[in-house]
Design a protein around this ligand. Structure first.
Ligand code: GLY
Length: 336
């Protein structure tokens, strides 16, 4: 319907995707959108984090410019988190803003990055350092597209699903636990339900705190240790979802100490991650490097505040002041 309305308004759809997604889904999705296929309106980039760069941003801007994109046209981000973040920033900035549609095709993008309007590219100095809040006008989530994801990407993306289950509470964690085998085989019905409930949770948080001034911080559960790990071991060496899974264990361990979270939650979370096939331990980089990386995290203020924990399942607390010594001690729960 949106596609028909866009066409009726004289808008053209400019689809930014990656080569893998284009191969697997391009034709069918363009067909559904009623969008023109072919080189003029589809830009398929190299898959991978390296594409979220200033140089690819320029490629996208020039592509729109040479094809005469106008203010009433639409940028469609078709793909995972990299494509969504990059194309989102393209839409936010080209001609000071074109309409943006998100069609996420990875677990991580479906449950998290396509919702809430965060767009970004990376700099040499770090990930997501340049970006904007720019809400999509339309998000289409089709969990059927998860069928073609490489196994490793699918499984690691489930780390974000576990995060949402912990944030949401006992009921959703229970759904995940009871359906782990179905989740592993990408059962359409259960993934539909899980993705929908994660999205609803996130949408509720973003509606209350679109610009990340308060409650939205809860979505960073597990991310302090995750970002530190990604920086320390290298972004190519660990996927974001796997880092988040390990980070969740660290956050849960710290929550026991700071918020009195029941010890059973750590055992339960570890067991769920193991059953999903997500590694729960790692050859830990030197703790000093992890600490240095954690304090550089843009979500931690100079005073070390900003850590997210759980008082109980479904009861996240943000703005915790975690000392470096306790952070270092909690890292032991993920040491191989
Ligand atoms: N991915 C966290 C957020 O959107 O705020």
């Amino acid at each position: 319907m949106y596609a028909l309305q866009a066409a009726a308004a004289g808008s053209r759809l400019f689809v930014i995707t990656d080569e893998n997604v284009e191969r697997a889904w391009g034709e069918r999705i363009l067909d559904l959108l009623g969008a023109a296929s072919g080189g003029d309106y589809v830009l398929a980039l190299t898959p991978g984090e390296g594409t979220k760069s200033l140089s690819k941003l320029e490629v996208c801007w020039n592509w729109l410019a040479f094809r005469g994109a106008r203010r009433e046209d639409v940028v469609v981000a078709l793909g995972g988190g990299v494509v969504g973040d990059l194309a989102g920033f393209v839409a936010a900035t080209y001609l000071r803003g074109l309409s943006l549609w998100q069609i996420p095709t990875s677990v991580l993008a479906q449950v998290d990055s396509s919702i809430g309007g965060k767009t970004a590219v990376n700099l040499e100095a770090g990930k997501n350092l340049v970006g904007s809040f720019y809400q999509p006008d339309f998000v289409v989530i089709e969990p059927g597209t998860l069928a073609t994801l490489p196994e490793e990407e699918y499984v690691s993306g489930l780390g974000e699903v576990v995060k949402y289950c912990l944030l949401h509470g006992e009921d959703l964690l229970d759904v995940l636990e009871k359906n782990i085998d179905a989740v592993r085989v990408r059962d359409r019905q259960i993934m539909d339900d899980l993705v929908r409930r994660c999205v609803n949770y996130k949408a509720d948080v973003v509606e209350e705190d679109e610009f990340d001034q308060g409650r939205r911080a809860v979505l960073n559960l597990g991310h302090t240790a995750a970002h530190a790990l990604e920086r320390t071991v290298g972004y190519g060496a660990i996927s974001h979802g796997s880092a988040v899974a390990l980070g969740l264990l660290v956050a849960v361990a710290l929550s026991e100490e700071y918020l009195g979270l029941e010890a059973e939650v750590l055992t339960r979370t570890r067991r769920i991650l193991e059953r999903l096939g997500i590694p729960t331990t790692i050859d830990l980089p030197p703790v000093e490097s992890m600490l240095a990386a954690a304090t550089r995290d843009k979500k931690i203020s100079a005073g070390g505040t900003g850590f997210v924990g759980l008082a109980s399942l479904g009861a996240p607390v943000w703005g915790l002041n975690v000392t470096p010594a306790r952070f270092a001690a909690a890292l032991e729960v993920i040491r191989a």
